[in-house]
Design a protein around this ligand. Structure first.
Ligand code: HEM
Length: 271
């Protein structure tokens, strides 16, 4: 718990920004190969169309990491100190997602015209809810706010706030992308001026599979280990049986997720 409301640390911000920059380079490379361009889009798209996808992917992964750090420190010895940077990872991720929201709304007019975003568009509303929650969590992350709210209430708000951000992300992305993912898996895709290698999986499907794994691990812990939905603080570190059980599930589900990523990456290899 102490590391949750530790003062912000410049070192941890630098590490978080470096992680985000590293991820951005990976997305840059992957999307450049899949699309055939990054900024240099054909006239039907926008300069920021593909960079905005990279922002969405990097920000979502950073937020998923903040959700994963608890289990990671419980089951993987080498990650004991990772709890330190959870807050900074989340804040850097939040700013990247805010940039994705701003870019989607204002800066990608060809592909994402502004009239697409209205109150009847559920995916848009879920995205806004997610960003609203991230801003709220950022505002209450300051030491002064923690003192004002009280540690126990603050802990509760952070825990449930982050869970709701993850829920909003799922509700924002899955309905928007699901049909396209299924179509790609069943039929593949055709080369267009905007998409040089359509048989590579979209970055969105790979990111979403990772997020799904993180959710499964956290749900497993809540239901089978803590047997507590998270209304009060819990600690399993003192129970070696629960830790062993958790580690087995964590590692088994991790490898299943890796195999599923490989299935997606090789789905159309050789075609
Ligand atoms: C917690 C908040 C949010 C998260 C975690 C999030 C995350 C994502 C992710 C992972 C994708 C899929 C990207 C891809 O397919 O490569 C996406 C797509 C998209 N998001 Fe968000 N988003 C959020 C908020 C918003 C908001 C507020 C808006 C609108 C202002 C928005 C607009 C869009 C649009 C239009 C797409 C489709 C982009 C495309 O296909 O190129 N998002 N988002």
């Amino acid at each position: 718990m102490t590391s949750l409301h530790k003062p912000s640390s410049t070192r941890d911000y630098v590490i978080s920004i470096l992680i985000a920059a590293g991820l951005f380079i990976v997305f840059f490379a992957y999307l450049s190969v899949r699309r055939g361009y990054f900024f240099d889009a054909p006239p039907t798209a926008d300069i920021l169309y593909v960079p905005n996808k990279a922002l969405a992917g990097v920000g979502t992964l950073m937020i998923a990491f903040t959700f994963l750090i608890g289990p990671l420190t419980r089951y993987c010895k080498g990650f004991g100190s990772a709890l330190q940077i959870r807050k900074e990872l989340g804040i850097v991720g939040a700013f990247i997602i805010i940039a994705h929201g701003i870019a989607s709304y204002f800066l990608v007019p060809n592909k994402l015209p502004r009239d697409r975003f209205d109150a009847a568009n559920n995916e848009f509303i879920w995205g806004l809810i997610g960003i609203g929650l991230l801003v709220f969590l950022f505002v209450i992350s300051f030491q002064k706010m923690i003192k004002l709210i009280g540690a126990a209430k603050w802990w509760f708000l952070q825990r449930w706030g982050l869970r709701l951000v993850i829920l909003a992300t799922v509700m924002h992305v899955v309905p928007m992308k699901w049909d396209g993912w299924v179509k790609w898996f069943v039929e593949g895709g055709k080369v267009t001026p905007e998409l040089a290698r359509p048989l590579m999986p979209s970055a969105g499907i790979l990111v979403s599979l990772f997020v799904a794994w993180v959710i499964v691990v956290r749900l497993y812990e809540s239901v089978f280990l803590f047997k507590n939905p998270g209304l009060s603080s819990k600690e399993i570190a003192s129970d070696p049986n629960l830790i062993a059980k958790g580690r087995t599930f964590f590692l088994a589900s991790f490898w299943i997720m890796v195999v599923m990523q490989i299935i997606l990456l090789t789905r159309w290899t050789g075609q």
